[in-house]
Design a protein around this ligand. Sequence first.
Ligand code: C2O
Ligand code: CU
Ligand code: CU
Length: 525
Amino acid sequence: MTHINPERRQFLQYAALGALTAGLPGLVRAEGSKGSKVADPGFKPDVEIALTAKVSDVSILPGPATHVFKYHGKLLSGPTSALRELPGYLGPILNFEQGQKVRIIFDNRLPEPCITHWHGLHVPQVMDGHPMYAIGNGEQYVYEFEVKNPAGTYWYHAHTHELTATQVYQGLAGLITVTDSAERKLGLPEGEFDIPLVIQDRHLTSGNQLRYVLNRHQQMTGFLGDTFMINGQRQSTIPVKTRAYRLRILNGSNSRIYKLAWQDGSPMIALASDGGLLEKPQSLPYIMLAPAERIEIWADFSGRKPGSELVLQSLGHQATTHMGGGMGRMGGMGQQEVISLVKFQIAEQVSDSPALPSSLIPMQRFADKDFTQPERTVPIAIGMRHMTFQLNGRTFDMQDYMEIEKIPLNSVQRIRISHTSGMMRGGRGRGGRSGMGMMMSMPHPIHLHGQQFQILSRRQNHPTAAYDTVKDGFVDSGWKDTVLVMPDEEIEIAKPFRDYAGLFLYHCHNLEHEDMGMMRHFHVG
Ligand code: C2O
Ligand code: CU
Ligand code: CU
């Protein structure tokens, strides 16, 4: 059993890598191996933020304070609404507007290397928080980018080589919102009626300290905790008025997959997914939310009695049939139990409420004619070897990319994410009900850096009873940067690779899987 952060893992010096990658054809490395350490005087920021990661004490439960890693923000210039501090261990919420130029001076005061990634934002390679840019204690990294993404909910988190899971677990994450003019015209609930909900599972010791323990099974499934944190706090009750709200939900957990539903069986009404607003609201019985995925919900409390409550739950599911069920229970709480996440308490009666718009944001759908190389399908094949999950037959290597991972700049590609569990072989050979077969029957939330993609199709080649417990909860209609890939599923997506050349990661966002090397990058150029 390992306790959190007991030993410093050896920090690889990537300085040498600069020389290596500089020689690769087409790779834009003008800023040097360590990216930008100094601000570009020619860049005129609309918003300037100092973001410092440091060891901090926060009060989570009554009793001793909890030691965490926390992002602290300070607005240096720009609108005061750009930064909203939260109590708890999460970093401040960064509120941006499409078209804004943003400068973030990241200061690492942690006792270990760190780098920060803006998950879901379309930014150049050197601004994307690739682990090759990790900085040491006392060093700064200056990010400068334009916010190109449309209105939606994004987030930021540590992306340090082999330390992402432990750093995010200890608190290094925060929410980003983006607004734009098209969204403002819709008159969606705003201000106090626009509520962020970052959901994370943790395990706290009796001394209130975060504990990160992986038993043998969790080394494969990922960490599962038994205490559910909302916005970095043990905040389980939120008072609301009898009207509509916009809930921005992020699954910021390392590996837990939620099956979100209202306790009273009311439908879940989705407004937005990872990359912003949907074309129109979508009603579902429940919503599957894998690590890193965001979903925005229209929650209308009109007509409810003051004093009553409505609980947002995670229903039990069998997404991880063999691994996460019985075995997951040996560590934290398994994924088959019902969890009460947040209680909305109807506190006040009000007379008016905005109406749910029937349509939201138009979306240009990619069609066959849009593919730059129509005959090509880029593979992302989920596999396993030597007890390690792989993508396209390999694990992460800071400097390696294969021929199939070379993507022409400004192209649109068809990508097929495939997950062959081996269970189809009915207990023979590689599959079967034990060992490799069980390992292979895990779902994986696959995330691609860079521009958001569209899901073209989701094909299940081996429907099971376990699959039936999740299949009605996918919101695949909008822009996505992370997609939950179930065993024996084949998902085709269309993804643009515009504007920026360089190395862009794709990986499993189960953070334990990512740190074990279930990550690769595309070379765009
Ligand atoms: Cu949210 Cu490469 O990560
Ligand atoms: Cu990302
Ligand atoms: Cu995975």
